[in-house]
Design a protein around this ligand. Structure first.
Ligand SMILES: Nc1ncnc2c1ncn2[C@@H]1O[C@H](COP(=O)(O)OP(=O)(O)OP(=O)(O)O)[C@@H](O)[C@H]1O
Length: 366
């Protein structure tokens, strides 16, 4: 007999507090804390091996918690030495490969895990979920008869079948081809938001994280590096790693001198840093403006190496020049700009590059 969920009414904020985890002597999570509010979709973003899936497995109960605590509202799911069994946690999980049962129909897949419910109620809930994911006509079909996007929606309905307070999605769209991914992603996120369940999505795709997460938790080496809105992560990254995760940047070295930094794009104030501090100055390549040298006396002199038209934008590769037109020293001389639409430039052409000072990002030197 299957045990019922902790409580069908369990709800509230998901709190992951100071969670650490080792596999043998290999530490994969080191003091991770994060929260997800009801109705919030939070993405966990980070490179392969940084511990994202392990964190989801700890929340679902597939892995035993070694340190820290995990709770939903007032219900403790796990702490060191204690863990609710997975089937009693108010958690729904959807995996990268959908993991549908091939021998069960669509309705059978969605009914699975609802054994604690009386038969009539199970049927009713399955019908509701089929309608929610727009697959009522496919109740008797088998998974192999459905498209990738339809299978994904069945997997979502199955994850929702026990009315979870928390939905965990592990790389949910990576098995879909590029064309399908965007439309399925929009549809699934719309459905999730409509249900109002607190949702954690693991991805290694920054664009996907920005598109679906109201907040994004960036992880590296088992730690949270920054947890913020997509806009903050893009405009105010905590360090150079986060800056580069969300797009290409030009990076320069600089040294603080009398409360100011001399950058290739002019001097900027750095009142909080003492003289002699070495820093990295970075700017997004789309924040660079290019102008003909004659019309713009101020700025960084650059010479076009080559340009690539990419449809929505043109990416221009440039050499930074010193005041007398020689290749500039003191920082990497190759820089890039991404300009909207088609931009006609000629290799060898000299231009002036400018960046609004507020768009320059300053980080500790690596
Ligand atoms: N059951 C296990 N036993 C031993 N080591 C494991 C186990 N599961 C994961 N690891 C290791 O722990 C680290 C973190 O794995 P995890 O799957 O959590 O990372 P991830 O960020 O989800 O990576 P990916 O994006 O590649 O899925 C990796 O180095 C992995 O090899």
């Amino acid at each position: 007999m299957t045990t019922p969920p902790a409580s069908p009414t369990t709800t509230g904020r998901v709190s992951i507090t100071d969670v650490s985890h080792h596999y043998g002597r290999h530490q994969v999570l080191a003091g991770v804390s994060l929260t997800v509010e009801p109705q919030e979709v939070v993405c966990i973003l980070g490179p392969s091996g940084c511990g994202k899936s392990t964190l989801l497995r700890l929340v679902s109960g597939l892995e035993t918690l070694q340190a820290g605590s995990i709770a939903v509202g007032d219900t403790l799911l796990a702490e060191a030495g204690y863990g609710l069994p997975p089937e009693r946690r108010p958690v729904g999980m959807m995996f990268q490969d959908f993991a549908l049962f091939p021998h069960l129909t669509v309705a059978g897949n969605i009914e699975f895990g609802q054994q604690h419910r009386p038969r009539a109620e199970r049927r009713r809930r399955t019908e509701e979920l089929l309608a929610m994911v727009n697959l009522s006509d496919y109740a008797g079909s088998y998974p192999h008869m459905l498209s990738g996007g339809q299978q994904q929606r069945v997997a979502l309905a199955r994850a929702m079948a026990r009315d979870p307070a928390v939905l965990l999605l592990d790389e949910p769209f990576s098995a879909l081809d590029e064309q399908l991914r965007r439309s399925v992603r929009e549809e699934v996120v719309r459905l999730i938001r409509a249900t109002g369940v607190a949702t954690l999505v693991v991805t290694h795709d920054p664009e996907e994280a920005m598109e679906i997460g109201s907040r994004v938790v960036v992880m590296a080496d088992g730690r949270v590096v920054q947890a913020d809105t997509p806009r903050q992560l893009y405009r105010n990254p905590a360090n150079s790693f986060v800056a580069r995760l969300f797009g290409e940047v030009n990076r320069f070295e600089a040294t603080v001198d009398g409360g100011e930094l001399a950058t290739p794009f002019g001097r900027i104030p750095a009142p909080a840093l003492s003289s002699g501090t070495r820093v990295e100055v970075a700017c997004r390549i789309e924040d660079l403006e290019l102008a003909p040298a004659k019309r713009a006396p101020d700025g960084l002199r650059v010479r076009v190496r080559h340009a690539n038209f990419l449809g929505a934008s043109t990416r221009v590769c440039l050499d930074a020049l010193g005041p007398a037109g020689e290749p500039a020293g003191g920082f990497r001389s190759e820089i890039h700009a991404r300009l909207p639409g088609l931009v006609e430039v000629t290799p060898g052409e000299e231009l002036v590059a400018r960046v609004e000072p507020r768009r320059l990002m300053v980080f500790p030197a690596a």
